[in-house]
Design a protein around this ligand. Structure first.
Ligand code: NAG
Ligand code: NAG
Ligand code: NAG
Length: 432
């Protein structure tokens, strides 16, 4: 998609769609941005992504989609009733008995309308999923790009339920056609299949995921550990999944009511997700979930996570005059008051992490970049130009923690102090 096409597309969806469908669309757009900028091998200038170029990630392995046709019998269905799916890249050498399971992200749907909309996208139907995807960053099989996990068995579980693999509504919902909320069953069914494919005999295993998949990693971490009683080392690593329960700039608790809608619509039962039933149903926040997680956990999150700035701190409704538009697309365009607000958001994130920081087996890498999902792209995961804290890349930090090489609790200094940061410039693509 060129800049002009995206601009026309945006005008079209503003006119065409209500706020909820827009939320889904803005998610898909964010995904497109990230994929275009990072996966397409963009140029780096002053460590600011300066636009897509023609080069492609030709050396990244393309991994086939496996559709779990038998899943329907177990009630595991995408929103549209199609079977769920994953991509598996087999490990080799000393990695052949080690497993890394990545849960895909892609926002959430909170209403019948926005969930129905997903049925005609890969986020709601395996019918629309790409038949092959490149494995990069933590999924890469190239040692120089992924030093500790390159030869592991690696799985990317596709996200098509709209509720972080955790909803379960027994009856299909009639919305004109059919709609299913079966994320919890998708999780269980795909894990069963992977156990049979060798996960059960793993020597080491890591559950990971980004964004909504990062939240799913918090939710299912102890479930994952429980499935693997014979595996020596089981740990979990959430990337960009630490969504804050913060007020937006207009003082409203937008994200809290959004999550509350997701939980109610999709009947998320916290008994199945490591929390007691007496917990508030709104407890869909990582800060709450992590208090009860016993498995060793690593949190990677930028304090200026652009998805959180765009959807939690400054959702469209909170900024009717569009005063934040430029700043939301490029942190370099924020004025001094906006930066002050962003520093407040950073303080809130650090304060939400203070309890976790005391955990002995925990690891963290909390950097000051304007980005979202850093483990999936070699440029941010591990390369000569990657973001670093104390001269350590994210891949090195996660490896040090996983293999108990060193205690790893890295917290960056505030923006703009870190010259190694990788700041997304999303405005390039929204110009016509
Ligand atoms: C990222 O990896 C791909 C192939 O895996 C490669 O083509 C590209 O040049 C890499 N980019 C950087 C910045 O290392
Ligand atoms: C939730 O967990 C209970 C037991 O803890 C189980 O019986 C039930 O089937 C689970 N629900 C789903 C949707 O898997
Ligand atoms: C930072 O790490 C690299 C290796 O990743 C090393 O070559 C370099 O000397 C280190 N720099 C400092 C200042 O320690």
């Amino acid at each position: 998609m060129s800049g002009g096409e995206i601009h026309r597309f945006r005008i079209w969806w503003r006119r065409r769609l209500g706020p909820e469908r827009r939320a889904t669309f803005s998610w898909l757009l964010a995904a497109v941005f990230v994929v275009l900028f990072l996966a397409a091998g963009s140029r780096i200038g002053d460590n600011v992504l300066s636009g897509p170029t023609a080069t492609s990630s030709s050396s990244a392995p393309l991994v086939d989609l496996t559709i779990v046709h038998s899943a329907g019998a177990k009630g595991a269905l995408c929103l549209d009733g199609s079977p769920p799916a994953y991509h598996l890249l087999r490990g080799f050498g000393s990695g052949s008995d080690k497993w890394l399971v990545h849960l895909e992200g892609g926002g959430w749907c909170q209403s019948l309308d926005s969930c129905s909309f997903r049925k005609s996208t890969p986020l709601g139907s395996s019918y629309y999923m790409e038949r092959q995807v490149p494995f990069m960053g933590i999924l890469s099989n190239i040692p120089s790009q992924n030093p500790d996990f390159y030869n592991w068995n690696k799985v990317k579980v596709r996200y098509c339920d709209g509720a972080s693999f955790s909803g379960y509504r027994e009856n299909e919902v009639q919305d004109g056609t059919k709609l299913f909320f079966r994320g919890q069953r998708i999780w269980e069914t795909i894990m069963d299949e992977l156990l049979q494919k060798g996960l059960a005999n793993a020597k080491q295993a890591l559950l990971t995921g980004c964004s909504a998949g990062g939240l799913a990693t918090f939710i299912h971490c102890d479930d994952f550990q429980a499935l693997l009683p014979n595996v020596a080392t089981v740990k979990c690593f959430a990337d960009g999944g630490f969504f804050l329960n913060e007020k937006d700039i207009s003082g409203r608790r937008s994200i809290k009511s959004f999550y509350s809608n997701v939980v109610q619509l999709q009947e998320i039962d916290f008994q199945n997700v490591s929390l007691g039933r007496n917990h508030l149903r709104q407890c869909f926040f990582a800060e709450e979930i992590i208090k009860n997680v016993k498995t060793p956990f690593f949190i990677l999150n930028p304090t200026y996570d652009f998805w959180q700035i765009q959807h939690i701190l400054v959702p469209a409704e909170s900024d009717p005059e569009h005063a934040w538009l430029r700043c939301k697309l490029n942190i370099g365009h924020c004025d001094s008051n906006q930066l002050k607000t962003l520093q407040g958001f950073r303080d809130a994130m650090l304060s939400s992490l203070s309890e976790f920081k005391q955990k002995k087996n925990g690891g963290m890498f909390i950097n000051s970049c304007f980005v979202h999902c850093q483990s999936l792209y070699n440029q941010t995961w591990h390369s000569p130009n990657s973001p670093r804290i104390n001269n350590k890349t994210i891949a090195e930090a996660v490896g040090d923690w996983f293999f108990d090489r060193k205690e790893t609790k890295e917290i960056d200094c505030p923006y703009p102090c870190n010259p190694t940061c990788y700041h997304m410039n999303l405005s390039q693509l929204s110009k016509s």
